[in-house]
Design a protein around this ligand. Sequence first.
Ligand code: AMP
Length: 216
Amino acid sequence: MKIVILLGAPGAGKGTVAGFVCEQRGFAQLSTGDMLRTAVRSGNTVGQLAKGYMDRGELVPDEVIIRIVREYLESHGNDAKYLLDGFPRTVAQADALDRVLAEMHEKIFAVVQMDVPEWLIIKRITGRRVCKQCGDVYNLPEWAPKVEGVCDKCGGPVIQRNDDKPETVTNRLAVYEKQTAPLVEFYKKTGKLVRIDASDRHETDLNVVRIVDGAA
Ligand code: AMP
């Protein structure tokens, strides 16, 4: 098993780089945000519980997230390579991940700290649009769908995520600083942390590929 963690604020580009690296290097993308959005759409118990937290820009309780990730990793076998996008987001989640991996006789390969200046984060989050149907991500004005509001890939409606609206974004960034940023110190101590400037998408893709290949 090869586990690489992408660590960065909302809008740092974790999902975008994960898509690229998964395609180039055969990693599976483990995005807790995507898993939760699927759960909300399906209306299952996890979805019903998570929706309120997500709409407010707060974190879903650790127990729920840890259970989802544990079940995912345990059911997917030890051979695969995983890119963790949006998990862990608290020290409790990071501790739990270490425990799950220890039980599986596995460990983390690398943690990529994606640094992006705050103005660019806000521009990216407020410009982000997603396809309601297939989840494909766009960013206005540079990466707009060819026909406004219509997904290039599947023709579904392209909308703004509820939690990308300005009133929620401020809260999500505050939550990141308070609950997730301490993970930088946590992973620094493990010697696995690699910091990159993630302002430029193309450079970021190449840097993360280099890191997952183990050449960094
Ligand atoms: P994301 O797509 O990663 O920005 O996640 C969207 C929302 O899902 C977050 O604002 C949280 O409400 C929730 N979420 C995603 N991942 C986690 C996590 N690891 N821990 C707690 N909440 C999460």
